[in-house]
Design a binder for this molecule. Structure first.
Ligand code: NAP
Length: 484
């Protein structure tokens, strides 16, 4: 199936932090792929901005190297790379100083969309917003994209929202959570709201429980000092996992419109119960498999920051009362996988004689690797020998089913950046959503800090601390195995 590409309107996209890691690994390769697909028409320009002194040639060389490193060889040809490099410009600006801002103002064109990607530390957001305004670089139609982390608690998120609101209307602010740009995540909405099949069953009467897992095999790596101030709760649960939970739990929006969707997500966040500490397991990986442990990785032997968290969350509304959502995420686990697993209840009465217990229908939504969905259904075991039941998967791997050559699924960043240019905020977090998520997160963190417990140690290459198993066992359930 060949996907239809609708070109966007011409734009100037300024990437503050255009020489940074995120720009190199994600933003620029993503833009290249959109250029290659024909979605960026003639007249689109990408302007790198950072303090490093570079001329245009220097920046194009930098980007060319990034493409070599992060776009597979078979996915780029010289001519397209050259064409993309021609769209690139560079200005040296200091977010905290005056240097370079007049040059940037002089570079901007009238009559095209102006977008500004703040791919810098959040501490610089206010300075950049202020200077863009001061130098008349933004207008009412301009958009800004801001990266995570959006605050580290409710107070700092409010402060950040207030800083941005000084110069930008909420309709101009795109708070990016790349999980929302993943094809499967959007498909979750399509599956729920474009089919009659699931929605009648999508509630506590028919769904036993939901598991959301984001497992990584890597440790904190070079991000140790940042991560140690954050931990799994702030780094993953408050944003990515909360967004996934919202898409599973939300009511149907009245239409697929940014505010209609975000209103429904906000209602879910507000319906989350406070989580007692007994429903939370926090862990830290220890040394093993030739790797140092968490404490060595972050260089802080006294650290109580969690590299793993598992929790049982309740959504208190009519639809979900009584159906728990189990969330877990961690580093240095057995496999790299992100998935949502919706386990339906058993039929109320079995007409078949089953030797073992009845097996439930399970819908697994895989975000990575191999984006796709898989529904486990019961069928008759083929052949003679009476009515024996067996479980089979109805498997839909998006790459097999939809992608050109099976590998054509766009990266989350490319999709989201094009949404910014199109002016579509549906897959971006609104300010009140982020604040509500922190309002739920803050008391949980405050409670464990007050208790002062150390996270439970766990061996690398496992599925996390033993205690996390108990979180489900005591409810008569078990985690889905972590595997690729
Ligand atoms: P990074 O590699 O440290 O890059 C920071 C960028 O900001 C560099 O281009 C740097 O260039 C520029 N910069 C620093 N101070 C500046 C100033 N005063 N004025 C103008 N430019 C300045 O950081 P990153 O990993 O790309 O992360 C960027 C943002 O994305 C952060 O908010 C981060 O939390 C977020 N993020 C990153 C990732 C990731 O995978 N990397 C993932 C999710 C979110 P100069 O030194 O030349 O000025």
């Amino acid at each position: 199936m060949v996907s239809r590409v609708i070109p966007v309107d011409p734009f100037d996209l300024v990437i503050f932090g255009g020489t940074g890691d995120l720009a190199r690994r994600k933003i620029l390769p993503g833009l290249f792929r959109r250029f290659q697909s024909g979605q960026m028409p003639q007249g689109c320009r990408v302007i790198g901005a950072a303090r490093t002194e570079l001329d245009e040639g220097g920046y194009r060389k930098f980007v060319s190297e990034a493409l070599t490193e992060f776009v597979p060889e078979g996915k780029r040809d010289e001519e397209t790379v050259r064409g993309f490099l021609d769209t690139l410009f560079y200005v040296s600006v200091d977010a905290k100083g005056e240097g370079g801002w007049k040059d940037l103002a002089g570079l901007m064109r009238e009559g095209v969309i102006r977008a500004f990607y703040f791919s810098v530390a959040p501490a610089l957001f206010g300075d950049i917003a202020e200077r863009l305004h001061e130098h008349g670089i933004t207008n009412r139609e301009s958009r800004i994209v801001v990266e995570k982390p959006f605050g580290r608690d409710l107070e700092s998120a409010r402060a950040l929202n207030a800083v941005l609101a000084r110069h930008f209307d909420e309709t101009q602010i795109y708070r990016i959570d790349h999980y929302l740009g993943k094809e499967t995540v959007q498909n979750l909405m399509a599956v729920r709201f474009a089919n009659i099949l699931f929605e009648p069953l999508w509630n506590a009467q028919y769904i036993d429980h939901v598991q959301i897992t984001v497992a990584e095999t890597v440790g904190v790596g070079g991000r140790g000092s940042y991560y140690d101030k954050s931990g799994a709760m702030r780094d993953m649960v408050q944003n990515h996992m909360m967004q996934l939970l919202c898409l599973i739990a939300m009511e149907p929006p009245y239409k697929f419109d940014p505010d209609a969707v975000r209103d429904e997500k906000l209602k879910v966040i507000r319906a989350l119960d406070a989580v007692p500490l007994d429903n939370i397991v926090r862990g830290q990986y220890v040394a093993g498999q030739d790797n140092p442990g968490y404490l060595e990785d972050v260089g802080n032997p006294a650290s109580r920051t969690e590299s793993y968290i598992a929790m049982k969350v309740q959504v208190s509304n009519w639809r979900w009362k009584g159906t728990p959502f189990y969330l877990r995420t961690g580093k240095r686990l057995r496999a790299r996988t992100s998935e949502i697993c919706v386990t339906f209840k058993e039929p109320p009465h079995s007409i078949f004689e089953q030797e073992e217990g009845w097996r439930e229908n399970v819908l697994v939504i895989r975000l990575q690797p191999n984006e796709g969905m898989n529904l486990k259904v019961m069928i008759k075991e083929p052949g003679p020998g009476g009515m024996r039941l067996t479980e089979v998967p109805l498997d839909m791997s998006f790459a097999d089913a939809l992608g050109e050559n099976g590998t054509d699924i766009p990266d989350a960043y490319e999709r989201l950046i094009m949404d910014v240019i199109r002016g579509n905020q549906t897959l971006f977090m609104r300010g009140d959503e982020v604040e509500a998520a922190w309002a739920w997160t803050d008391p949980i963190i405050a409670a464990w800090e007050a208790r002062g417990e150390r996270p439970r140690p766990y061996d690398p290459g496992t599925s996390g601390p033993e205690d996390a198993l108990m979180l489900l066992h005591r409810d008569g359930r078990r985690w889905r195995e972590i595997r690729e």
